[in-house]
Design a protein around this ligand. Structure first.
Ligand code: UT7
Length: 326
């Protein structure tokens, strides 16, 4: 059977680090509150003028180097992003140009924090269908440009960054075993931004108004997240006749350590098998899972043959899981 196997990973974080103590100076918050409620200690923030592709391209180059693949051998780029450089063209085209992947097709996927799960599943479907053999999947975000730094309930949560993986079609038992995506568009109001798209244009009147804020019902989102997260992971196990005991490492979307550990507990998974890096990167939206995969690999948490569960959730609501054998 043809599977898509991750043969290289990379990540890139913008150099500027903003700690919780830095935020204490500009808003009514504390390091203690942020750490206790979210697990975050610091986040990386892109300078003005830096777009998602500027972070995605170095992450992609690192993944290509690790894979030993030339840019011109990439047939498709799929980029998960909620903070594209422009409304159009897409961020994948900009990454394609920056890395010199001259022969590839390029598409973006917007599924907010589930963006990498959707992007990876899309890429996997193309590989499994025999359409493409070598695909670059990126999660790239400069979500902090959307934040209102006067709104402590959302401003403390997010960071910028990018991660990338190279997928290669391979016969055998290694690679992506199953993918499961879900959505509930009825829950749009749990996490959204009103102005900036076709339905509600940015105007002189609303540009500094609530229409341009990231609006989040944090507690509602928290409750939905722990359920959909676990269910997506459970479906992946059922589809492969595996149990929680088979999982060597769970790499979840990094939104909140309490959400992550509650979901792991519901699954019956030991904390030692959960990869968490939210403390130093915060919530990087669609980039969080590929950044975490790259870090897990570089720090020796992933070994050949390991069963890895990836799972994410985000605005939409959207959610998804990918189970793979490394
Ligand atoms: O990737 C998907 C995107 N987002 C998420 O997944 C977020 C999901 N939700 C969460 O992670 C949590 O709901 C939050 C971390 C956002 C909030 O934690 P919480 O335990 O649900 O707190 P809360 O919203 O119920 O607020 C508790 C208190 C409130 O004060 P009062 O009303 O009790 O006096 C807030 O005003 O904490 C206050 N608060 C803050 N205090 C200090 C809210 N934000 C802050 C802050 N610093 N940054």
């Amino acid at each position: 059977m043809i599977r898509s196997r991750i043969i290289g990973t990379g990540s890139f974080l913008p150099p500027k680090v903003v700690t919780n103590f830095d935020l204490e100076k500009i808003m009514d918050t504390t390091d203690a509150w942020i750490q206790q409620r979210t697990g975050i200690k610091q986040r990386h923030i892109a300078e003005p003028g830096v777009g998602a592709a500027d972070l995605g391209a170095p992450a992609a180059r690192a993944a290509l180097d690790a894979a030993g693949v030339r840019p011109e051998d990439i047939e498709l780029i799929v980029c998960g992003t909620t903070s594209p450089d422009y409304l159009f063209p897409n961020t994948s085209c900009l990454i394609q140009h920056q890395i010199g992947a001259t022969r590839s097709a390029a598409m973006d996927v917007n599924a907010a924090c589930s963006g990498f799960m959707y992007a990876l599943s899309t890429a996997n479907a193309y590989v499994r269908a025999g359409v493409y053999k070598t695909v670059l999947v990126v999660g790239a975000e400069v979500l902090t440009y959307l934040l209102n730094w006067d709104k402590r309930d959302t401003a403390v949560l997010f960071g910028d960054g990018a991660g990338a993986v190279v997928l290669r079609a391979e016969k055998g038992e290694h690679g992506i075993l199953t993918t499961h995506l879900g959505a509930d568009g009825g829950a749009k109001d749990i996490l959204w931004m009103e102005a900036g798209g076709s339905k509600c244009k940015v105007t002189a009147e609303n540009v500094d108004g609530p229409e341009r804020d990231v609006r989040m019902k944090g507690t509602d989102l928290f409750k939905r997240a722990v359920v959909v997260f676990g269910e997506a992971a459970q479906k992946a196990l059922e589809a492969t006749n595996m149990t929680v005991a088979d999982i060597d490492l769970f790499i979840p979307h990094q939104a909140n350590t309490r959400i992550i550990y509650t979901a792991a507990e519901r699954l019956g998974l030991d904390r030692e098998k959960v990869f968490v890096n939210i403390d130093h990167v915060a919530n990087t939206t669609a980039a969080s899972i590929p950044i975490a995969i790259d870090e897990a690999l570089r720090t020796g948490r992933i070994h050949g043959g390991d069963i890895i569960m990836l799972a994410g959730f985000g605005a939409g609501l959207t959610w998804g899981s990918v189970l793979l054998r490394w």
